[in-house]
Design a protein around this ligand. Structure first.
Ligand code: DGJ
Length: 720
């Protein structure tokens, strides 16, 4: 009897040692400049999230309660939504995860990575929780690696990137939804008990209806400068899901990851599945700070060349649509120079010979220039651009095919299409089966040939105009459940290879407007097309929405002929993002051209503020009939303020606007720029100087002087 007990004690000691379970509590602390996240290994061996919020004094960490399961598994004792749910090779639908060990690696002075290993005590399934911590930017990037050490396939029914828990009185969710030409509508709601989900099942054009990011305010709805708020975003260019579950004791769990809908993932023996990253920042000082954290992080760590200047594009889509020839395009090259832009971006309609792309019904997939339109090919246009001292870029939609194309005729089995069902078209096109490596290779080769065979080509707009529906991969045959995930993984392989081969080649991410926007794709793209709707009134709201999570350098904003507003208003709106043009320059009046040249010159002089400065949203168009925001450089020596009067009503009283981000001790001169030809400044304090202290405490009267709707002013702020 005594011997048996000794053996049992020895066995459990071995278990404790091998599993790393210690009787005393083990804390794992992730810290940024202003945030702490504390994880605790419980005496039962499980991992818990004990804290996430404003930075704690380290000595107090030990007093934290244990908290909630950090990565709750399905099939055991937790009855709410799990982070992971697995069926083992033998059919057992449960997973238990015990802490094994963890490591902290200092990547550089600012970045560290903590990897926590968890393992099932009975089955060789292991999970690694990865947390990359960006100290200065207050950002944490979390993802998971799931390893199947079994001898057969296991199925992942849920495989979250992150699970977070919150304890607050109330929870407010800010989400962004939309549709084609109506992107980024902001909606705020108080979470109630039970489940709220934001998801996409669209596959390719995944962010068309809902966006893969949100703000979560704790206790009260945060505003720009007050309140606790978490801004989070999933870096995944496919189906995503955010699951918010408010439980019986008013605790909130937030699970972020790939949408497992129609995607129970089959993980082969010996394989590891890496989830996409969930990126989040926590701010105790309102959403303005959360946005600035995200912007700073994105520019340095997640947007292709996010800290480098951009080109001003002149696009032809809005002016020519599919109708152009070589001569017309050469004349547009002159327009680029006339206006002072940097590059002509030739849009859709330049390819296909058997089935020329003269509208959206034919030609997709046949990436040869249409001889009747462009007899001398792309090389000629690139040369012409060079002769004229400008640059040339081109539109592609490499993942798609029109049934009316040579590609489709040659490879009908390369297309996603349900067997025994009619083909389903959206914009007369179908999605190529990127789950098939041969098709992915074709996409890579298409892009490689385009860039490689056309030295001097300076830019690509990568479009994606339809979502998946009636989707079935001929390649995956009977087992379709990995389709949505493998599609994206293979797309990344293509983008990765291209990026390695052409590391500095700039590309715009586009998806029938702004339906594909996430921080994984942006590693390969310098900017994204925010919406086909360029009516500046709509754009004020859209660009406002994007600004919560994305830096302005990424938000392609073009001056077009949409909307009835003045050219000045259209230009001032585009200038608060990454300015470009999609307008017929040859039809501009002398005044319009003079104004535009001046605006481009101003933008070139000041764009570093918009691209790399800190952004402050001062007056929200969601709260007033106007919108005001500003950028300030790191040195606080220069700023740029954009003021839009959307529909301030007769005798409506509007408050003075207090500026932000300036140095209270410095003196600043304010000058209105971007004046229409012959127009006088409308800003009453034009040319005056003020201390930063005054500007931030008393503020400026920047709207009551001008009650006309849809007018704007841009004010340059310079230290004396
Ligand atoms: C959708 C894009 O958003 C537009 O800018 C344009 O490129 C068209 N596709 C071309 O088909």
């Amino acid at each position: 009897m005594k011997n048996k007990m000794i053996i049992r004690a020895a066995l459990s000691l071995t278990l404790l040692l091998t599993t790393g379970i210690m009787a005393q509590t083990k804390r794992i602390v992730l810290e940024t400049a202003h945030t702490s996240m504390v994880l605790t290994v419980g005496s039962n061996g499980r991992l818990y999230q004990s804290y996430l919020g404003e930075k704690l004094v380290t000595a107090d960490n030990n007093k934290l309660p244990r908290g909630k399961g950090a990565y709750v598994t399905g099939g055991m004792d937790d009855q709410l939504q799990p982070a992971i749910r697995v069926t083992h090779t033998n059919g057992n639908p449960s997973l238990e995860l015990f802490y094994q060990d963890h490591q902290v690696k200092q990547v550089d002075a600012n970045v560290s990575e903590t990897v926590i290993k968890l393992k099932d005590p009975q089955y060789p399934v292991a999970v690694e929780l990865h947390y990359q911590v960006f100290a200065a930017e207050d950002v944490i990037k979390a993802w998971t690696e799931i390893h199947n050490g079994e001898s057969g396939e296991i199925t992942l029914y849920d495989y979250a990137s992150s699970m977070l828990h919150f304890e607050a009185k109330d929870y407010w969710l800010t989400q962004f939804h939309g549709d084609w030409a109506a992107e980024m509508k902001m909606q705020e709601s108080k979470l109630t008990s039970g489940i709220k989900e934001i998801d996409s099942k669209l596959g390719t054009r995944a962010a068309m209806f809902q966006s893969p990011f949100f703000l979560l305010s704790l206790n009260k709805l945060s505003d720009e400068n007050t309140g606790e708020v978490l801004a989070g975003s999933l870096a995944w260019t496919g189906n995503f899901r955010f699951h918010f579950e408010l439980d019986q004791s008013n605790s909130l769990r937030v699970i972020s990851g790939i949408n497992p809908y129609a995607s129970a993932y089959k993980l082969a023996a010996g394989k590891t599945f890496t989830t996409p990253a969930f990126i989040f920042t926590y701010s105790a000082r309102g959403r303005g700070q959360a946005s600035r954290n995200m912007h700073a992080w994105a520019r340095l760590y997640s947007v292709m060349e996010g800290d480098k200047p951009r080109m001003i594009l002149l696009n032809n889509w809005e002016t020519t649509s599919f109708k152009f020839d070589e001569q017309k395009l050469v004349s547009i090259l002159d327009d680029v120079n006339k206006i002072g832009a940097d590059l002509f971006l030739l849009d859709d309609g330049w390819f296909g010979n058997k089935y020329p792309r003269s509208n959206d019904k034919a030609g997709l997939g046949d990436w040869q220039p249409t001889r009747s339109k462009l007899p001398n090919g792309i090389g000629f246009l690139i040369k012409q651009a060079q002769v004229k001292g400008t640059k040339f870029g081109i539109w592609m939609e490499p993942e798609m095919v029109n049934p009316k194309s040579e590609l489709y005729e040659k490879h009908p089995d390369w297309v996603l299409r349900l067997p025994d069902r009619p083909e389903n078209y959206q914009r007369n096109q179908m999605v190529l089966d990127l789950a098939n490596p041969e098709v992915a290779e074709f996409v890579f080769n298409t892009m490689d040939a385009l860039i490689g065979n056309n030295p001097g080509l300076a830019f690509v707009k990568w479009d994606c105009n339809r979502f998946m529906s009636n989707a079935w991969s001929p390649y995956l045959k009977q087992d379709q459940s990995n389709l949505y995930v493998d599609y994206v993984l293979n797309l990344y392989k293509v983008l990765d290879r291209l990026h390695k081969k052409y590391p500095h080649f700039p590309m715009m991410l586009c998806s029938g407007g702004g339906s594909r926007i996430d921080y994984h794709a942006l590693q390969y793209f310098t900017e994204f097309w925010a919406s086909d709707n360029t009516d500046p009134l709509e754009r004020v709201y859209m660009q406002w929405g994007y600004s919560y999570l994305f830096p302005s350098i990424t938000v392609a904003s073009h001056v077009t002929s949409w909307g009835k507003q003045s050219l000045k208003f259209r230009t001032d709106v585009a200038m608060m993002g990454k300015l470009g043009y999609d307008i017929d320059v040859s039809k501009m009046t002398a005044d319009e051209l003079a104004f535009s040249k001046q605006a481009v010159a101003n933008y070139k002089r000041l764009s570093s503020l918009v691209w790399f400065g800190d952004m402050y949203r001062l007056v929200s168009p969601y709260e007033e009939n106007r919108a005001v925001l500003m950028y300030v450089n790191r040195e606080k020596s220069k700023g740029l303020l954009f003021n839009y009067n959307l529909n301030v009503r007769e005798h409506e009283t509007v408050a003075r606007v207090r500026l932000q981000g300036l140095d209270p001790k410095k003196e600043y001169k304010l000058e209105e720029i971007n004046l229409a030809p012959g127009a006088k400044p409308v800003f009453p304090d034009n040319g005056k100087t003020f201390s930063g202290d005054f500007l931030m405490k008393v503020g400026l009267d920047i709207c009551s002087w001008h009650l006309k709707a849809l007018t704007s002013a841009v004010i340059e702020i310079s230290v004396l």
